[in-house]
Design a protein around this ligand. Structure first.
Ligand SMILES: [Zn+2]
Length: 149
């Protein structure tokens, strides 16, 4: 699991945000930046980073998460207009098992075209019996209700 402690000296993304390491920022507001990925899944792939160091998305305060979502919407629209992308993927790899490799939480915004060769977004459609469906519903809903109290 990425370290949640402030880690700005070792974190390459914190250094990018502070300007110690150069990048091409396509977006910036008071809470986040959007930079062009130097190893893009597709040309124009943008990484949106909260300016504060957070290892995982559940640690990101709500106001910062809202800023990240708004940035993702705007960058997605710009990619479609500027790059003639047909679509975009917006996703977070939240933890190592989900494919997170960086120590700094980020949102990927990837311009997409038909038959562009990216297949990692093909999700399986597994069967689920009614009993398991209800168990999963109760587990998540109970936890959500506890958090809202
Ligand atoms: Zn960082």
């Amino acid at each position: 699991m990425p370290d949640e402690k402030p880690n700005t000296e070792q974190c390459i993304f914190c250094q990018i945000i502070s300007g110690k390491v150069s990048s091409r920022k396509v977006y910036e507001d008071e809470r986040c930046v959007g930079i062009l990925d130097i190893n893009p899944a597709n040309p124009g792939h943008v990484l949106i980073l909260p300016k504060a160091h957070h290892g995982l998305s559940p640690m990101v305060p709500d106001d910062e998460m809202m800023a990240l979502a708004i940035a993702a919407k705007r960058i997605s629209f710009a990619q479609i207009r500027a790059l003639n992308a047909q679509s975009t993927n917006i996703f977070i790899a939240n933890g190592a098992a989900a494919g997170q490799k960086a120590p700094h939480m980020m949102i990927h915004v990837i311009p997409r075209k038909e038959k562009d060769g990216i297949s990692c977004f093909t999700l399986p459609k597994n069967k689920l019996n009614t009993e398991d469906y209800e168990k999963l519903y109760k587990a998540i809903k109970t936890r959500m209700d506890e958090r809202m109290r």
